[in-house]
Ligand binder design. Structure first.
Ligand code: FAD
Ligand code: 2HG
Ligand code: ZN
Length: 481
């Protein structure tokens, strides 16, 4: 494994204000203001510092930055006009969707223009014959779900931030979530993209052809690019069938090895399996304290799984049989009605908000091969304690992908040391320093633990080719130098 990129200071809480970006200045010259006003209309150029403030920090409260103004374009043409004006003034641009990202990528630094996608909310009719839809990048995941469910379809990605996270944000981060086991990550749902490049030009490929081998796949390049290569304005998305017959199980187990054995059996026996999520006793206790949820079982167990099956016919019997057949199950409860399913999911989905209610966490989203998961988890407490004695780690995640969310409370003053220790441990087990949230500003300095110098050089070449002046989200993913 490679060491963190030489010469970089690992990102800490202040990092969002310390990068030197092109045009790094809070001043909005009258010429630029005039061009932006002409692009989006006076009502959608925001310059009042008290209004802009709400766009300048992230969801966790850990990252803060500065914007010289906020623009809210209504369509691709307006986005292109904003980008062209920014390019002429050599002013940087930070794109913000729902601002639920957890790696500081949606926070403007050094007086960037904050481009909000809040008005890119067009929902075109579902094309029933192909099972596809074209939507604006600012459409929230929940709005997309409502739109496509009304005509018998569903979207293959789902997670707890659905009411705020936008489709553009999902694609820009290649979001994962709770259904990767069945449908893959966001990348697998993207059939077309419209985007504005750093020079203000527009690329638009929205025909939705599932087969189209005509050269470089710009959709793949933009997916997961975290606002550094282009501003995504519209998306053509693959839909999946809406499966209404559902059963959710909350399963108590002794440890990771037991949890993995239950998941392996469930995967082999249940083609209807859609989700397999993991959390532990300390996370459950915190969730109960912050939400008031009652205890799911009479006893406390070390670890818990949420399993969900979905199909055209009721999957409950199959799920119960699979659980009964697994020696690793200590206790289980199954819900089939919507309310019961929602309650069982709440034990898992309320982790992020409950942790935030307890303090500002250091958030590390990692993945290791399933064969290394138990050993890595066993090493984590001592690794974290060596970096910060007061640290309180809470772990949970998407077990089928070996994706663990390592949230560390009471460690903000040692954020850098904790991050370094955990990411090195992950790398030593052949893992990824970012499974699904992206690199952002939070993990930029550790990219070399997961990617080779050659890969990073290739990423830099792509960035230079598409954004030679480094205007799009400088300091996110790659060092701006
Ligand atoms: P933002 O936070 O606004 O932006 C994220 C990044 O994408 C930034 O770098 C930004 O510049 C860029 N960006 C946004 N829109 C565009 C665009 N139109 N064009 C170009 N770049 C753009 N993530 C998961 O993967 N799985 C989960 O299970 C999950 N659960 C979550 C649960 C909670 C409670 C919370 C708060 C977050 C969760 N997240 C999860 C993280 C987050 O919701 C995702 O990363 C989401 O995809 C971000 O969408 P957003 O619209 O909020 O993007
Ligand atoms: C989830 O899976 C999200 O709930 C958020 O990815 C993870 O809060 C986190 O660390
Ligand atoms: Zn997650």
């Amino acid at each position: 494994m490679n060491a963190p990129t030489a010469g970089l200071t690992p990102t800490a809480d202040v990092a969002a204000t310390s990068d030197t970006a092109p045009g790094s200045d809070r001043t909005l010259t009258s010429a630029l203001a005039e061009e932006l006003r002409a692009a989006v209309g006076a009502a959608h150029l925001l310059t009042d510092p008290s209004v802009i403030a709400s766009f300048e920090s992230d969801w966790t409260g850990r990252f803060r930055g500065r914007a010289r103004c906020v623009v809210r374009p209504a369509d691709t043409t307006e986005v292109a006009a904003v980008m062209a004006a920014a390019a002429r003034a050599k002013a940087s641009i930070c794109v913000q969707g729902g601002n639920t990202g957890l790696v500081g990528g949606s926070v403007p630094v050094d007086g960037a223009i904050l481009l909000s996608t809040a008005r890119l909310t067009a929902l075109e009719p579902v094309e029933v014959i192909s099972g596809q839809v074209t939507v604006g990048a600012g459409v929230t995941l929940a709005a997309l779900q409502r739109h496509v469910r009304a005509v018998g379809y569903d979207f293959g990605v789902d997670f707890a931030a659905r009411d705020s996270a936008t489709v553009g944000g999902l694609v820009a981060t290649n979001a994962g979530g709770e259904r990767v086991l069945r449908y893959g990550t966001t990348r697998a749902q993207v059939l077309g993209i419209e985007a504005v490049l750093a020079d203000g030009s527009i690329i638009s490929r929205l025909t939705g052809l599932p087969k189209d081998n005509t050269g470089y796949h710009e959709m793949s390049l933009l997916t997961g690019s975290e606002g550094t290569l282009g501003i995504i304005t519209r998306l053509r998305l693959r839909l999946v069938p809406r499966l209404t017959e559902r059963a959710v199980a909350l399963v108590a187990v002794d440890d990771i090895t037991a949890a993995l054995s239950v998941v392996r059996k469930a995967r082999n026996r249940l083609p209807s399996l859609e989700a397999a999520e993991l959390f532990f006793a300390d996370g459950l206790a915190l969730v109960r304290e912050k939400t008031g949820l009652s205890a799911p079982f009479a006893e406390t167990y070390p670890a818990y799984l949420v399993l969900e099956c979905a199909g055209r016919t009721d999957p409950t019997e199959d799920l119960l049989e699979a659980l009964a057949d697994s020696d690793a199950v200590r206790d289980a409860t199954v819900a089939t009605d919507a309310r019961g399913r929602h309650t069982l999911w709440a034990y898992r989905e309320a982790h992020t908000e409950s942790i935030n209610a307890a303090g500002v966490p250091v958030k590390l989203d990692v993945a290791v091969p399933l064969t290394a998961l138990a050993e890595m988890v066993a090493s984590l407490p001592a690794t974290i304690a060596a970096a910060c004695q007061t640290a309180r780690p809470i772990l949970f995640g998407h077990i089928n992908e070996g994706n663990l969310h390592v949230n560390v409370l009471d460690a903000t003053s040692d954020a850098e040391a904790v991050t370094d220790a955990v990411l090195r441990l992950v790398a030593s087990h052949g893992g990824s320093i970012s499974a699904e949230h992206g690199v952002g500003r939070a993990k930029r300095a550790w990219l070399g633990l997961s990617r080779s110098p050659q890969e990073i050089a290739m990423m830099r070449a792509v960035k230079r080719g598409l954004d030679p002046d480094g205007l799009l989200n400088p300091g996110v993913l790659l060092d701006p130098a």
